[in-house]
Write a protein that binds this ligand. Sequence first.
Ligand SMILES: Nc1ncnc2c1ncn2[C@@H]1O[C@H](COP(=O)(O)OP(=O)(O)O)[C@@H](O)[C@H]1O
Ligand SMILES: [Mg+2]
Length: 230
Amino acid sequence: MRVTSNSFAPRSASGFIVLEGVNGAGKTTLQNRIAEFFKTNAQEVITTREPGATALGKTLRSLVLEHPQEAPCEMAELFIFAADRAQHVEKIIRPGTARGAWVISDRYFYSTVAFQGYGRGINQNTINQINALAIAETRPDLVILLDLDPATGLQRTQRRQHEPVTGTDTFEKETLAFHTRIREGFLSMADSMQEAFAVIDAAQNQQHIFDATLPYLQALLKAPRVGVGA
Ligand SMILES: Nc1ncnc2c1ncn2[C@@H]1O[C@H](COP(=O)(O)OP(=O)(O)O)[C@@H](O)[C@H]1O
Ligand SMILES: [Mg+2]
């Protein structure tokens, strides 16, 4: 469900926030700003991402993104992301929120709905079943969707400097039409899913994007923490 900065008044917070959007939308950039915000407010922060946050996940990430000799078929790709996610939830997300940290993830299962569902065309029912098994009901307090024309995102990633691996991964090689379906998928999730989605125009400059996010973060900080246990 889409929320606005006025309508977002969570009654409690588990401490889990997700950033979504097409490649180059500015997720990693915003993640760093959000982490600073929480640290400034004396909160512990864990910044994390999918795929590849855990030790196992790093191996899984390379299987799906880095030109394997044999590319996984669509269903294998879905399972590899799900395995990465299950490990991420178990080893990082739930332990982090359980000890009171704010866990901020660059991508979560919404990306699987977008990429493997809207992008690859795998049946949404199948995707929902696999995702449900992987996340074990671990849902974020807020999804910040950085909405951007994928062509602009692509131009940005070609200039990107803060990530060690340059070059094109499996998805960066996909067509613009594929990435346009991803964008539309995210927007339709914002309308149809139960979670709170803050949809932010990511064509703005970084400061404006952060300013648009700030009221949501303040609302989360005010909400009483509920323990989501490890
Ligand atoms: N609002 C913005 N306007 C212009 N460039 C941006 C903006 N946000 C991020 N960038 C730049 O675009 C590139 C991709 O940003 P990044 O945060 O890595 O995106 P993502 O994690 O969503 O792929 C980086 O070089 C970053 O500095
Ligand atoms: Mg990123």
